[in-house]
Design a protein around this ligand. Structure first.
Ligand code: SAM
Length: 367
């Protein structure tokens, strides 16, 4: 597949629409290699037998819908393998997928993902801060669901906004266990009778984290099991494009109404902290060209040793010459050195890291 084919495919996409029908058939009708991210919340195949009641005898509104029922594990596996195959065809080479499930299905889905050629990046445990109790008291409270995050293939250059997720987590690297409440309160959509519009509506907070961490504004996010459209609602808010596929008309209606009420955030609110690698490259020579440092000026290392700045942006010390990195490494007798964090210059008697000048240039580029 050429880059051109990918671009043409993307142009033919029904962006920001809810498509009716069976997700395998609909996915097979969409152009190959056109989707950036798939978020899938497939049937869990819960295999519930009989009604479930609380200790006060009230009936638990469990997932007993026809769409969640399969005759056997074999039939469920066939379905899983078929939709994963269709999903993988749609992904761009650097695309990725998230699949959410519970102990009922996630191990089967994990095997099928690997067999289909996906490359698992992480499994994320969504720990529910307010889970439903185990009413029969016969097992542990089922307090989490598992999400598998996988790239299309091994070596795929999937999107990962490391710094943005770190910011979301108050400056600490994001872990693979996420504590978030289940969907309730005003977020929980109701039907005309005031009952839950859908039994398995996911919380927007979960999708917020997934989409901020693994997509960029303008990306195309497909959800083949759209339900109430949680993926679409968060994608729209975050300036991403969505495509939803849902078989049941009642759910499509709920999702369409919900999406109509979402207003995308403005561009300034959508900017996130860039990873160091994603920031524009600034050569040390630019600081000299722009007069931020003068040729002939001395830089100082942490041990007080000095090196002179030359007109081409190289440094010369008593014994060494080369780039800020090379002279730093030579003075430290080390294989490498990050010159940006190693050297300082003097202004008004104060030592200032040269990296501050680089940040100044980057900020201007950003503006
Ligand atoms: C677990 S729910 C998804 C809920 C959704 N994440 C939300 O937040 O509302 C799965 C959905 O997939 C739909 N579905 C099941 N099998 C399908 C199929 N083969 N094609 C399209 N939709 C399907 C069901 O009708 C159901 O709404």
């Amino acid at each position: 597949m050429t880059v051109e084919t990918v671009a043409q495919g993307a142009n033919m996409l029904p962006l920001n629409e809810i498509l009716a029908g069976d997700c395998i058939e609909v996915m097979n009708s969409l152009p190959e290699g056109s989707i950036d991210l798939i978020f899938a919340d497939p049937p869990y195949n819960l295999q519930l037998k009989g009604d479930l009641h609380r200790p006060d005898n009230s009936r638990v509104d469990a997932v007993d819908d026809a769409w969640d029922q399969f005759d056997s594990f074999k039939v469920y596996d066939q379905f899983t393998r078929a939709w994963l195959k269709a999903a993988r065809r749609l992904l761009k080479p650097n695309g990725a997928i998230w699949v959410i499930g519970s102990y009922h299905n996630i191990f089967r889905v994990g095997t099928a993902l690997q067999d289909a050629g996906f490359w698992i990046l992480n499994d994320v445990v969504w720990r529910k801060s307010n889970p439903m109790p185990n009413f029969r008291g016969k097992r542990l409270t089922n307090a989490h669901e598992t999400m598998i995050w996988a790239s299309k293939s091994e070596g795929g250059k999937y999107t990962f906004n490391y710094e943005a997720l770190k910011e979301l987590n108050e400056g600490v690297q994001m872990r693979s266990d996420w504590v978030l409440p289940i969907c309730s309160g005003h977020e929980r959509l109701k039907d005309d009778k005031g009952d839950k519009a859908h039994p398995t509506q996911k919380p927007e907070s979960l999708l917020h984290r997934v989409l901020v961490g693994s997509t960029n504004p303008g990306d195309v996010v497909l959800d083949p099991f759209f339900g109430t459209g949680t993926t679409g609602a968060v994608a729209k808010l975050l300036g991403r494009n969505y495509i939803g596929i849902e078989r049941e008309e009642a759910y499509r209606k709920v999702a369409a109404r919900r999406l109509g009420q979402v207003r995308p955030l403005d561009a300034a609110a959508l900017q996130t902290t860039l990873s160091k690698r994603a920031q524009p490259r600034v050569a040390f020579g630019q600081l000299v060209e722009r007069g931020m440092l003068r040729p002939g000026e001395m830089l100082v290392n942490p041990r007080g040793q000095a090196a002179k700045v030359r007109v081409d942006g190289s440094l010369v010390s008593a014994e060494h010459r080369g780039s800020i990195h090379q002279v730093g490494a030579a003075l430290e007798n080390a294989p490498s050195c990050n010159g940006w964090t190693y050297w300082q210059f003097k202004r008004d008697g104060q030592l200032i890291p040269i990296d501050l000048l680089r940040q100044q240039i980057r900020a201007e580029m950003h503006d």
